[in-house]
Write a protein that binds this ligand. Sequence first.
Ligand code: 5GP
Ligand code: ZN
Length: 112
Amino acid sequence: MDCLFCKIISGDIPSSKVYEDDMCLAFKDINPQTPVHILVIPKAHIASADGVNAENSKYVARIFEVIPQIAAEQGLVGGYRIISNCGEDACQSVKHLHFHIMGGRKLPENMG
Ligand code: 5GP
Ligand code: ZN
């Protein structure tokens, strides 16, 4: 399958990993929008939040278990934002479910 994030999982495309286990991988966004900008992805190809179901929701559960650990390791003591763009209107550019962890400065209230 021609999926950028599946290639990052397989190691065919390099990434700056910050966390990895059997179900998920976290790495630095190549084009950071905030001082800390991490992407967390499931190690299963789920196209977007629309593709989450009873069979694969365990990946999402694991991601949300490790996000606080990643945030703490990244020094996000003041808080952080979790974003998942889903579909055209949200400008999802990579069609493999991912959660942006963003922080390291005060973020704007306005979400668009
Ligand atoms: P989206 O717009 O789909 O919510 O987010 C995709 C994110 O993936 C963007 O923030 C973009 O900078 C990041 N990205 C795209 N290609 C790569 C890549 O090859 N490596 C890494 N580390 N991030 C990428
Ligand atoms: Zn994929």
